[in-house]
Ligand binder design. Structure first.
Ligand code: PHE
Length: 348
Protein backbone atom coordinates (compact mmCIF):
# COMPACT_ATOMS: atom_id res chain seq x y z
CA UNK A 1 0.00 0.00 0.00
CA UNK A 2 1.47 3.35 -0.92
CA UNK A 3 1.81 6.18 1.52
CA UNK A 4 -1.22 8.14 0.30
CA UNK A 5 -3.48 5.08 0.47
CA UNK A 6 -2.39 4.40 3.99
CA UNK A 7 -3.05 8.02 5.02
CA UNK A 8 -6.55 7.76 3.52
CA UNK A 9 -7.05 4.48 5.36
CA UNK A 10 -5.98 5.88 8.69
CA UNK A 11 -8.21 8.96 8.11
CA UNK A 12 -11.19 6.66 7.49
CA UNK A 13 -10.33 4.73 10.61
CA UNK A 14 -9.93 7.88 12.73
CA UNK A 15 -13.23 9.29 11.46
CA UNK A 16 -15.09 6.08 12.19
CA UNK A 17 -13.77 6.21 15.76
CA UNK A 18 -15.07 9.77 16.29
CA UNK A 19 -18.36 9.55 18.15
CA UNK A 20 -19.18 13.25 18.35
CA UNK A 21 -18.95 16.13 15.87
CA UNK A 22 -16.19 17.68 18.03
CA UNK A 23 -14.14 14.43 17.96
CA UNK A 24 -14.60 14.33 14.21
CA UNK A 25 -13.32 17.87 13.69
CA UNK A 26 -10.25 17.04 15.82
CA UNK A 27 -9.60 13.96 13.71
CA UNK A 28 -9.99 15.99 10.53
CA UNK A 29 -7.31 18.43 11.74
CA UNK A 30 -4.77 15.61 11.84
CA UNK A 31 -5.15 15.11 8.08
CA UNK A 32 -6.24 18.25 6.31
CA UNK A 33 -5.69 20.81 9.06
CA UNK A 34 -2.84 23.35 9.04
CA UNK A 35 -0.36 20.84 10.36
CA UNK A 36 -2.21 17.81 9.02
CA UNK A 37 -0.49 15.00 7.16
CA UNK A 38 -1.90 15.93 3.74
CA UNK A 39 -1.01 19.55 4.27
CA UNK A 40 2.56 18.53 5.17
CA UNK A 41 2.83 16.47 1.98
CA UNK A 42 1.70 19.48 -0.06
CA UNK A 43 4.32 21.66 1.57
CA UNK A 44 6.93 19.01 0.70
CA UNK A 45 6.20 19.46 -3.05
CA UNK A 46 8.02 22.75 -3.23
CA UNK A 47 11.30 21.02 -4.02
CA UNK A 48 9.90 18.93 -6.92
CA UNK A 49 10.19 19.58 -10.64
CA UNK A 50 7.19 20.85 -12.62
CA UNK A 51 6.34 17.40 -14.02
CA UNK A 52 6.76 15.73 -10.67
CA UNK A 53 4.57 18.42 -9.11
CA UNK A 54 1.83 17.64 -11.61
CA UNK A 55 1.61 13.92 -10.96
CA UNK A 56 2.35 14.15 -7.25
CA UNK A 57 -0.18 16.98 -6.85
CA UNK A 58 -2.89 15.03 -8.65
CA UNK A 59 -2.28 12.01 -6.41
CA UNK A 60 -2.35 14.10 -3.23
CA UNK A 61 -5.53 15.79 -4.42
CA UNK A 62 -7.20 12.44 -4.99
CA UNK A 63 -6.23 11.39 -1.50
CA UNK A 64 -7.49 14.66 -0.10
CA UNK A 65 -10.81 14.24 -1.90
CA UNK A 66 -11.13 10.72 -0.58
CA UNK A 67 -10.49 12.00 2.95
CA UNK A 68 -13.02 14.79 2.53
CA UNK A 69 -15.61 12.35 1.19
CA UNK A 70 -15.01 10.10 4.20
CA UNK A 71 -15.29 13.13 6.47
CA UNK A 72 -18.61 14.19 4.95
CA UNK A 73 -19.98 10.66 5.19
CA UNK A 74 -19.07 10.53 8.85
CA UNK A 75 -20.51 14.01 9.51
CA UNK A 76 -23.78 12.90 7.96
CA UNK A 77 -23.77 9.65 9.90
CA UNK A 78 -23.24 11.50 13.20
CA UNK A 79 -25.98 14.01 12.38
CA UNK A 80 -28.37 11.17 11.50
CA UNK A 81 -27.57 9.39 14.73
CA UNK A 82 -28.21 12.54 16.71
CA UNK A 83 -31.53 13.08 14.99
CA UNK A 84 -32.52 9.49 15.76
CA UNK A 85 -31.69 9.94 19.44
CA UNK A 86 -33.68 13.16 19.56
CA UNK A 87 -36.66 11.59 17.81
CA UNK A 88 -36.55 8.70 20.21
CA UNK A 89 -36.43 11.01 23.21
CA UNK A 90 -39.35 13.05 21.95
CA UNK A 91 -41.37 10.12 20.77
CA UNK A 92 -45.03 10.02 21.69
CA UNK A 93 -46.14 6.71 23.01
CA UNK A 94 -49.64 6.66 21.58
CA UNK A 95 -50.39 3.49 23.51
CA UNK A 96 -50.16 5.36 26.88
CA UNK A 97 -53.53 6.08 28.47
CA UNK A 98 -54.58 9.72 27.97
CA UNK A 99 -54.62 12.30 30.74
CA UNK A 100 -58.18 12.53 31.96
CA UNK A 101 -59.50 16.03 32.45
CA UNK A 102 -61.82 15.66 35.37
CA UNK A 103 -64.74 18.05 35.45
CA UNK A 104 -64.17 20.72 38.11
CA UNK A 105 -66.66 21.56 40.80
CA UNK A 106 -67.76 24.60 42.71
CA UNK A 107 -65.97 25.47 45.93
CA UNK A 108 -68.03 24.44 48.98
CA UNK A 109 -68.45 28.07 50.03
CA UNK A 110 -69.64 28.93 46.51
CA UNK A 111 -72.15 26.09 46.80
CA UNK A 112 -73.40 27.65 50.02
CA UNK A 113 -73.57 31.11 48.46
CA UNK A 114 -75.63 29.75 45.58
CA UNK A 115 -77.90 27.97 47.99
CA UNK A 116 -78.39 31.13 50.05
CA UNK A 117 -79.17 33.14 46.93
CA UNK A 118 -81.69 30.59 45.71
CA UNK A 119 -83.51 30.41 49.03
CA UNK A 120 -83.74 34.18 49.45
CA UNK A 121 -84.64 34.72 45.80
CA UNK A 122 -87.58 32.36 46.36
CA UNK A 123 -88.68 34.70 49.17
CA UNK A 124 -88.58 37.69 46.83
CA UNK A 125 -85.13 39.04 47.72
CA UNK A 126 -82.92 40.73 45.14
CA UNK A 127 -79.22 39.75 45.08
CA UNK A 128 -76.69 42.61 45.02
CA UNK A 129 -72.95 42.85 44.64
CA UNK A 130 -70.67 45.59 45.98
CA UNK A 131 -67.05 46.75 46.21
CA UNK A 132 -64.59 45.04 48.54
CA UNK A 133 -62.51 48.21 48.86
CA UNK A 134 -64.83 50.57 50.68
CA UNK A 135 -64.93 54.14 51.84
CA UNK A 136 -64.84 54.85 55.55
CA UNK A 137 -68.29 56.40 55.23
CA UNK A 138 -69.90 53.27 53.77
CA UNK A 139 -68.14 50.78 56.07
CA UNK A 140 -68.63 52.75 59.28
CA UNK A 141 -69.97 56.29 59.46
CA UNK A 142 -73.12 55.72 57.38
CA UNK A 143 -73.80 52.76 59.66
CA UNK A 144 -74.04 55.01 62.71
CA UNK A 145 -70.46 54.24 63.66
CA UNK A 146 -68.64 57.60 63.53
CA UNK A 147 -64.85 58.06 63.71
CA UNK A 148 -63.55 57.49 67.26
CA UNK A 149 -66.66 55.57 68.29
CA UNK A 150 -65.54 52.66 70.49
CA UNK A 151 -67.70 50.21 68.51
CA UNK A 152 -65.25 50.58 65.62
CA UNK A 153 -62.84 48.36 67.52
CA UNK A 154 -65.33 45.49 67.11
CA UNK A 155 -63.70 45.16 63.71
CA UNK A 156 -59.96 44.79 63.18
CA UNK A 157 -59.94 46.41 59.82
CA UNK A 158 -57.40 46.40 57.00
CA UNK A 159 -56.78 49.84 55.56
CA UNK A 160 -55.59 50.70 52.08
CA UNK A 161 -52.81 53.25 51.53
CA UNK A 162 -55.12 55.57 49.57
CA UNK A 163 -57.43 58.20 51.03
CA UNK A 164 -61.07 58.38 50.06
CA UNK A 165 -62.89 61.62 49.26
CA UNK A 166 -63.38 62.17 53.00
CA UNK A 167 -59.59 62.16 53.54
CA UNK A 168 -59.82 58.87 55.43
CA UNK A 169 -58.07 55.77 54.00
CA UNK A 170 -60.16 53.26 52.11
CA UNK A 171 -60.66 49.96 53.91
CA UNK A 172 -61.14 46.34 52.92
CA UNK A 173 -64.75 46.06 54.00
CA UNK A 174 -64.91 44.24 57.36
CA UNK A 175 -68.56 43.31 56.75
CA UNK A 176 -71.16 43.41 53.99
CA UNK A 177 -73.24 45.99 55.88
CA UNK A 178 -72.02 48.89 53.68
CA UNK A 179 -74.28 47.34 51.07
CA UNK A 180 -77.32 48.42 53.10
CA UNK A 181 -76.83 52.10 52.32
CA UNK A 182 -75.34 51.46 48.87
CA UNK A 183 -78.25 49.34 47.77
CA UNK A 184 -80.83 51.72 49.28
CA UNK A 185 -79.32 54.63 47.31
CA UNK A 186 -79.39 52.63 44.07
CA UNK A 187 -82.93 51.45 44.77
CA UNK A 188 -84.21 54.99 45.44
CA UNK A 189 -82.50 56.33 42.32
CA UNK A 190 -83.86 53.53 40.18
CA UNK A 191 -87.46 54.14 41.23
CA UNK A 192 -87.37 57.94 41.58
CA UNK A 193 -88.10 58.52 37.90
CA UNK A 194 -91.06 56.12 37.77
CA UNK A 195 -93.51 58.43 39.54
CA UNK A 196 -94.88 55.39 41.38
CA UNK A 197 -94.38 54.76 45.10
CA UNK A 198 -91.05 53.13 45.84
CA UNK A 199 -91.35 49.36 46.37
CA UNK A 200 -89.98 47.84 49.57
CA UNK A 201 -86.28 47.14 49.79
CA UNK A 202 -85.66 43.43 49.99
CA UNK A 203 -82.12 42.37 49.20
CA UNK A 204 -79.27 40.10 50.12
CA UNK A 205 -75.64 41.02 49.41
CA UNK A 206 -73.21 38.12 49.59
CA UNK A 207 -69.47 38.60 49.17
CA UNK A 208 -65.94 38.62 50.51
CA UNK A 209 -65.05 40.51 53.68
CA UNK A 210 -61.77 41.09 55.52
CA UNK A 211 -60.52 41.37 59.09
CA UNK A 212 -57.15 41.15 60.82
CA UNK A 213 -57.92 37.74 62.27
CA UNK A 214 -56.56 34.23 61.72
CA UNK A 215 -57.15 30.94 63.53
CA UNK A 216 -59.15 27.72 63.13
CA UNK A 217 -62.43 29.62 63.00
CA UNK A 218 -61.26 32.99 61.59
CA UNK A 219 -59.63 33.77 58.28
CA UNK A 220 -58.41 37.27 57.27
CA UNK A 221 -60.58 36.83 54.18
CA UNK A 222 -63.98 35.38 54.84
CA UNK A 223 -67.52 35.64 53.51
CA UNK A 224 -70.64 37.34 54.67
CA UNK A 225 -74.11 37.66 53.37
CA UNK A 226 -76.03 40.79 54.26
CA UNK A 227 -79.80 40.86 54.29
CA UNK A 228 -82.03 43.93 54.35
CA UNK A 229 -85.80 44.24 54.33
CA UNK A 230 -87.09 47.76 54.66
CA UNK A 231 -90.64 48.94 54.14
CA UNK A 232 -93.46 50.78 55.84
CA UNK A 233 -94.56 47.91 58.01
CA UNK A 234 -91.74 45.41 58.42
CA UNK A 235 -91.16 44.10 61.92
CA UNK A 236 -88.90 41.92 64.01
CA UNK A 237 -91.53 39.22 63.62
CA UNK A 238 -90.81 39.21 59.87
CA UNK A 239 -87.10 38.79 60.61
CA UNK A 240 -87.86 35.77 62.76
CA UNK A 241 -90.09 34.20 60.11
CA UNK A 242 -87.68 34.87 57.23
CA UNK A 243 -84.60 33.70 59.05
CA UNK A 244 -86.23 30.63 60.54
CA UNK A 245 -87.54 29.67 57.10
CA UNK A 246 -84.13 30.23 55.62
CA UNK A 247 -82.31 28.08 58.20
CA UNK A 248 -84.76 25.20 57.94
CA UNK A 249 -84.55 25.22 54.15
CA UNK A 250 -80.79 25.59 54.14
CA UNK A 251 -80.20 22.68 56.53
CA UNK A 252 -83.15 20.69 55.20
CA UNK A 253 -84.49 20.19 58.70
CA UNK A 254 -87.70 21.32 60.34
CA UNK A 255 -86.20 20.14 63.57
CA UNK A 256 -84.12 23.25 64.01
CA UNK A 257 -84.49 25.67 66.91
CA UNK A 258 -83.61 29.37 66.62
CA UNK A 259 -82.73 31.79 69.40
CA UNK A 260 -82.48 35.57 69.16
CA UNK A 261 -79.96 36.62 71.79
CA UNK A 262 -79.79 40.35 72.66
CA UNK A 263 -76.63 41.99 71.35
CA UNK A 264 -75.26 45.32 70.15
CA UNK A 265 -74.49 46.74 66.72
CA UNK A 266 -74.32 50.50 66.09
CA UNK A 267 -76.50 50.14 63.00
CA UNK A 268 -79.39 48.19 64.54
CA UNK A 269 -81.60 48.81 67.56
CA UNK A 270 -82.60 46.48 69.05
CA UNK A 271 -79.92 44.01 67.99
CA UNK A 272 -79.70 40.25 68.29
CA UNK A 273 -77.31 37.42 67.57
CA UNK A 274 -79.09 34.54 65.90
CA UNK A 275 -78.20 31.09 67.24
CA UNK A 276 -79.42 27.80 65.87
CA UNK A 277 -79.66 24.40 67.53
CA UNK A 278 -79.88 21.04 65.79
CA UNK A 279 -82.08 18.49 67.53
CA UNK A 280 -80.34 15.48 65.97
CA UNK A 281 -76.92 14.68 64.54
CA UNK A 282 -73.41 15.23 65.91
CA UNK A 283 -74.04 18.88 66.83
CA UNK A 284 -77.38 18.25 68.56
CA UNK A 285 -78.13 20.38 71.61
CA UNK A 286 -75.44 23.04 71.11
CA UNK A 287 -76.35 26.64 70.35
CA UNK A 288 -74.39 27.80 67.32
CA UNK A 289 -74.13 31.44 66.35
CA UNK A 290 -74.86 32.02 62.67
CA UNK A 291 -75.74 35.71 62.23
CA UNK A 292 -75.97 39.19 63.69
CA UNK A 293 -79.23 41.04 63.16
CA UNK A 294 -81.52 43.77 64.30
CA UNK A 295 -83.98 46.49 63.43
CA UNK A 296 -82.32 49.04 61.18
CA UNK A 297 -81.30 52.09 63.25
CA UNK A 298 -83.16 55.33 62.38
CA UNK A 299 -79.80 57.07 61.78
CA UNK A 300 -78.99 54.48 59.10
CA UNK A 301 -82.42 54.88 57.48
CA UNK A 302 -81.72 58.64 57.36
CA UNK A 303 -78.31 58.00 55.74
CA UNK A 304 -80.09 55.94 53.11
CA UNK A 305 -82.01 59.10 52.27
CA UNK A 306 -85.27 57.79 53.70
CA UNK A 307 -87.54 59.05 56.47
CA UNK A 308 -87.14 56.87 59.58
CA UNK A 309 -90.67 57.91 60.62
CA UNK A 310 -91.95 56.15 57.53
CA UNK A 311 -89.50 53.35 56.84
CA UNK A 312 -88.66 50.55 59.23
CA UNK A 313 -87.21 47.11 58.81
CA UNK A 314 -84.47 44.69 59.71
CA UNK A 315 -81.04 43.69 58.61
CA UNK A 316 -78.91 40.65 59.24
CA UNK A 317 -75.39 39.57 58.44
CA UNK A 318 -74.53 35.90 58.36
CA UNK A 319 -71.40 33.89 57.73
CA UNK A 320 -71.58 31.53 54.73
CA UNK A 321 -68.25 29.98 55.78
CA UNK A 322 -69.73 29.02 59.14
CA UNK A 323 -72.88 27.69 57.46
CA UNK A 324 -70.71 25.59 55.13
CA UNK A 325 -68.76 24.15 58.08
CA UNK A 326 -71.99 23.26 59.88
CA UNK A 327 -73.64 21.77 56.80
CA UNK A 328 -70.70 19.55 55.88
CA UNK A 329 -69.24 18.95 59.35
CA UNK A 330 -65.91 20.68 58.66
CA UNK A 331 -64.10 21.82 61.81
CA UNK A 332 -61.27 24.00 60.49
CA UNK A 333 -62.17 27.05 58.43
CA UNK A 334 -58.66 27.25 56.96
CA UNK A 335 -59.27 24.07 54.97
CA UNK A 336 -61.59 26.07 52.73
CA UNK A 337 -58.87 28.50 51.72
CA UNK A 338 -55.76 26.28 51.55
CA UNK A 339 -56.65 25.13 48.05
CA UNK A 340 -55.92 21.46 48.78
CA UNK A 341 -57.57 19.61 45.93
CA UNK A 342 -58.01 16.44 48.04
CA UNK A 343 -60.22 18.36 50.43
CA UNK A 344 -62.11 20.34 47.79
CA UNK A 345 -62.78 17.30 45.60
CA UNK A 346 -65.08 15.88 48.24
CA UNK A 347 -67.68 18.56 47.53
CA UNK A 348 -67.87 18.00 43.82
N1 PHE B 1 -72.26 43.55 60.20
C1 PHE B 1 -72.42 42.77 61.38
C2 PHE B 1 -71.11 41.98 61.62
O1 PHE B 1 -70.31 41.92 60.75
C3 PHE B 1 -73.56 41.83 61.28
C4 PHE B 1 -74.90 42.51 61.19
C5 PHE B 1 -75.44 42.84 59.96
C6 PHE B 1 -75.59 42.85 62.35
C7 PHE B 1 -76.66 43.45 59.89
C8 PHE B 1 -76.80 43.47 62.29
C9 PHE B 1 -77.34 43.78 61.07
O2 PHE B 1 -70.91 41.42 62.69
Amino acid sequence: MNELDSIVDSARHAFSQASTPADLENAKAQFTGKAGRITELMKGMAALSVDEKKSRGAAINLAKQAIEAALNDRRQALADAELQTQLKAEALDVSLPGRVREPGGLHPVSLTMERIEQIFASMGFDVADGPEIESDWHSFTSLNNPPNHPARSMQDTFYVDINGEDGIPYNLRPHTSPMQVRYAHAHIKKHAASGKPMPEIRVIAPGRTYRVDSDATHSPMFHQCEGLWLGENVSFKDLKVVFTDFCRTFFESDDLALRFRPSFFPFTEPSAEIDIQFQTGPLAGRWLEVAGSGQVHPAVVRNMGLDPEKYIGFAFGMGPDRLTMLRYGVNDLRLFFDGDIRFLRQFR
